[in-house]
Design a protein around this ligand. Structure first.
Ligand SMILES: Cc1cc2nc3c(=O)[nH]c(=O)nc-3n(C[C@H](O)[C@H](O)[C@H](O)COP(=O)(O)OP(=O)(O)OC[C@H]3O[C@@H](n4cnc5c(N)ncnc54)[C@H](O)[C@@H]3O)c2cc1C
Length: 399
């Protein structure tokens, strides 16, 4: 069994710790923040992801805190008309063997952390940021901001889109601004007028903007994300800027009355400038030697397919699988670089496809002119066939 050092305790790092510890490896996870914290925002989990979380024994814990939306409805942000629907709920569960869930990030964090606390072989360190590492034939020595130094068989960089581990490993620059801003808010459904309550995922598409809303916490809360074109000045690596509700309302001036009413009913928003890297172009960007990248550190993506955290969780499952497969001619745990190559080979193409599809979705969602017309006609003609993605929701994290 291997000694696994993980840098980063976001959804990807926690999932990797759980998957590896469940497979019998010894895990040390170091997170930069002094305490576990996730932002007040939601996350959608497709059945491809929920299947894995269920395999890890988390079905009951998830059911208690998530919502199971009845359908995805795409609406015009300008006319409010319905453009297309995809039945989720029981239909999706039967089709893909697991439900489509929506959840508050802090709740998903909590579910993963609680499972970790009941899994032997895991040590967690907070307020511990990785600053450097060195690799030898025998293992990896990693150094942290709190003077911790660890010796492990491998290092996993799960330290997000502005990853220190990636910089030290690949030194391939930083993510670039997309020119898109995400305004995020959570509101108790009981604080909204009854006609704005909702148990479904709704995506409102408009020229150079879109809004996604869905329930979380057993449908008691509504998560709303509004994406508009714009820039912020300052450090892009610092997410979660405070937001001005009036700026957002101005950006939504072209929107239909029901959407404006929803946006206007929410006072408090937080702002994320969205940044991006081009889709990963080979296994060498996922792992090298005894160091692997996982989640946003490997493949940051725009959130227009709602699968960034999903791919991080899939990476985690694939990492545990790769570490537990003995390489030909070696005993288990003997050949970590080859195992990490197996992980990288298993993951890079699917992650690249998801990254590319997310970029394309952004162009489709924000279309203007003839492209917008074509989109709406295609959705009306093809309906569910256009919105469902068996390659994604039925796809596997590893062979
Ligand atoms: C508006 C928006 C909506 C989204 N919606 C969805 C969705 O519906 N579904 C979905 O699947 N995904 C969604 N995503 C994407 C998803 O949030 C990310 O892909 C996911 O959170 C990535 O997880 P991660 O663990 O790789 O990185 P992060 O969540 O960024 O975690 C990285 C962790 O590493 C820590 N860290 C950083 N540097 C260091 C260091 N030097 N040493 C130690 N620790 C360090 C950080 O503090 C952090 O805790 C959305 C993203 C946005 C912006």
């Amino acid at each position: 069994m291997s000694k696994v050092q993980i840098a980063g305790g976001g959804i990807g790092g926690l999932a990797a710790a759980l998957a590896c510890a469940r497979a019998g490896h010894e895990v040390c996870l170091c997170e930069r923040s002094a305490e576990v914290s996730e932002v007040g925002a939601g996350v959608q989990l497709g059945p491809n992801v929920v299947r894995m979380l269920h395999d890890w024994g988390l079905a009951n814990a998830l059911q208690e805190v998530s919502a199971k939306p009845s359908q995805l409805e795409v609406r015009s942000a300008i006319t409010a008309g319905s453009l297309g629907r995809l039945r989720l709920g029981e239909v999706f569960e039967q089709r893909y063997g697991a439900p489509y869930l929506t959840i508050h990030r802090a709740d998903l964090h909590g579910v993963l952390l609680q499972a970790l606390q009941h899994t032997p072989g895991v040590s967690l360190h907070f307020g511990s940021a990785i600053t450097r590492f060195s690799e030898s034939g025998q293992g990896v020595i990693a150094e942290f901001s709190d003077d911790l130094q660890t010796h492990s068989d491998l290092l996993v960089g799960a330290d997000g889109g502005w990853s220190t581990v990636r910089k030290l490993l690949l030194n391939d620059g930083t993510p670039q601004a997309t020119g898109h801003l995400a305004y995020r808010a959570m509101v108790a459904q009981s604080d909204l007028p009854a006609h704005l309550h909702s148990d479904q995922v709704t995506a409102w598409l408009g020229p150079k903007l879109h809004v996604v809303q869905y329930p979380v916490r057993g449908c008691k809360w509504l998560n709303v994300v509004a994406i508009v074109h714009g820039q912020v000045l300052g450090d892009m690596s610092h997410w979660d800027h405070s937001a001005n509700a009036q700026d957002l309302q101005r950006s939504m001036a072209v929107a239909c009355a029901p959407l404006q009413e929803l946006i206007g009913a929410i006072d408090s928003w937080r702002l994320w400038p969205l940044s991006i890297r081009q889709p990963i172009c080979g296994a060498h960007q996922h792992a090298k030697g005894r160091v692997a990248l996982l989640g946003d550190a490997a493949h940051p993506m725009v959130p227009y397919l709602a699968q960034g955290a999903g791919m991080a969780i899939e990476d985690a499952a694939a990492l545990a699988w790769a570490l537990s497969v003995p390489q030909a001619g070696n005993t288990l745990g003997d050949d970590v670089p080859a195992q990490l190559q197996r992980y990288a080979q298993a993951r890079w193409q699917r992650n690249a496809r998801v990254q590319a599809r997310a970029i394309k979705n952004g162009q489709i969602f924000h279309a203007t002119g003839p492209m917008r017309w074509g989109r709406d006609v295609a959705m009306a003609l093809l309906g569910e066939n256009l919105l469902d993605m068996p390659w994604l929701y039925g796809g596997e994290a590893h062979p």
